[in-house]
Write a protein that binds this ligand. Structure first.
Ligand code: NAI
Length: 422
């Protein structure tokens, strides 16, 4: 597999467009900028090779540049066939110690060929969004297992897969669950997904959210964000859940909670955020209103049963870029966004999360890569060290000019003591 610049008709033009996108992202990523100064001075990744499978767009690009500035050689490809921005990929590939294999909307063999190319670069550290690189290395490049010092995982689904590997004693190197750390999950999954999903649905359909019934499947971090933002956009929100505590939380947050079988008949817009499969299936399609819109925000394209929807359709056509209409036998039309893939990343207008949110997530990623290189961790899934998480929050607050209190010595003693009572 060749890097992207050798496969584009006009790599120069693409590179310039990509550089402009990178510029905008860099300007709004103060945490990464601060870390970059440190990484350039200290060269903590000197001699390391970082292999990455992530959504290749501008914010990720700024992380890639940071790792390269820290001394690493970086090879990157996408983690979703539709989320790569070719111009950003080309701009990255043009940099001396970065090779990007990512290209948008390629056939399966090219998509997986690019992942193979990253593995063949013999990474000493992996950075994944969905665990594809870790599994590829374990399945097909096991000779690398002795030289990989560790990995970082960006998303919930990837962490689920890693924990399953770990439970089976199949995970052979240490991986930080970057997703699970507060500075990532409480902002990226909640605010990032909430804002970018709704804004992408609105831009893709050019329809209002206000006044609509929005059914949010899953009330975890992403679902809570989508539900809260949809309410802020004046929608009526219905939540579906399988966990009674989450269902209760949604109910107490003021949302209507229904089983999907009932919610299916109510919704104008459906957003799946479960990380699970078969959340909206055949019977649900039968009950939906004419014109209902289906969007998935979970990592893989298995939350809406797209094959079943296709089987039930008597006709299907693209009605707008990123919107496919499925006409059912009784004349109802259901509209699927972004082929049922991550709606905020894989649609024609999608740009992923807001820049500032990814600044936090990628600040954690960069510090975790450094931690893996400098520390000595056992194979398995590891929580991000608390000090790393706090450091990212501190840099962010400084950049925003937000001051906060510190514990006094007396307060610290009080909190550490079990002897103080009534
Ligand atoms: P989470 O674990 O916090 O929440 C998932 C929720 O879905 C849980 O409350 C669970 O009980 C519920 N659930 C599971 N199966 C269900 C079903 N059949 N019906 C209804 N609810 C169900 O996970 P989080 O962090 O919210 O991530 C969810 C998914 O979104 C993952 O696939 C993750 O990788 C992905 N993600 C997507 C992003 C994006 O940009 N679109 C950003 C971050 C995460």
């Amino acid at each position: 597999m060749e890097p992207i610049t050798t496969r584009l008709d006009d790599a120069g033009e693409a590179r310039e467009a990509g550089e402009r996108k990178l510029d905008w992202a860099r300007e709004h990523m103060p945490i990464v900028a601060t870390l970059r100064e440190r990484f350039e001075a200290e060269q903590p990744l000197d001699g390391e090779r970082v292999g990455m499978a992530m959504h290749v767009e501008a914010k990720t690009g700024v992380l890639v540049e940071l790792l390269a500035a820290g001394g690493a050689e970086v090879a990157i490809t996408g983690c979703n066939p539709l989320s790569t921005q070719d111009d950003v990929s080309a701009a990255l590939d043009a940099q001396p110690t970065i090779t990007s294999y990512a290209r948008n909307d390629v056939a399966d063999d090219e998509y997986y060929g690019a992942l193979d190319a990253v593995a063949r670069a013999e990474p000493t550290v992996t950075v994944d969004d969905g665990c594809d690189l870790v599994t590829l290395i374990h399945d097909e490049y096991s000779d690398l297992l002795s030289t990989v010092v560790g990995g970082c995982e960006e998303t919930t689904t990837g962490v689920h897969r890693l924990r399953a590997m770990d439970d089976d004693d199949a995970l052979r190197y240490p991986v930080f669950a970057v997703n699970d750390t507060p500075t990532k999950r409480l902002f990226d999954n909640v605010h990032g997904t909430g804002e970018s999903v709704l804004s992408n649905v609105a831009m893709t359909t050019n329809l209002t959210v206000a006044g609509k019934t929005v059914v949010v499947a899953g009330y975890g971090h992403c679902g809570r964000g989508v539900a809260r933002k949809a309410e802020g956009w004046d929608a009526h929100v219905v939540v579906t859940e399988v966990d009674p505590r989450k269902a209760l939380e949604a109910y107490m947050d003021g949302h209507e909670v229904l089983p999907m079988a009932e919610a299916a008949a109510e919704g104008d817009l459906f957003v799946t955020t479960t990380g699970n499969r078969d959340v909206i299936v055949g019977d649900h399609f039968d009950r939906m209103r004419d014109g209902a819109i289906l969007a998935n925000a979970g990592h893989f394209d298995v939350e809406v049963d797209v094959d079943e929807l296709g089987d039930r359709a008597v006709a299907r056509r693209e009605v707008r870029p990123g919107v496919e209409e499925f006409e059912l036998a009784d004349g109802r039309r259901l509209h699927l966004l972004a082929e049922g893939r991550l709606v905020n990343l894989a649609g024609p207008l999608s740009m992923g999360h807001p820049v500032e949110v990814m600044d936090q997530s990628f600040g954690v990623q960069a510090l975790c890569v450094r931690e893996l290189v400098e520390g000595a961790y056992e194979a398995g899934v590891h929580d991000v060290p608390d000090a790393v998480d706090r450091e990212v929050a501190r840099v962010k607050l400084d950049a925003e000019g937000v001051a906060h209190d510190d514990l006094t010595a007396t307060q610290r003693d009080y909190l550490d003591s079990w002897q103080h009572g009534t």
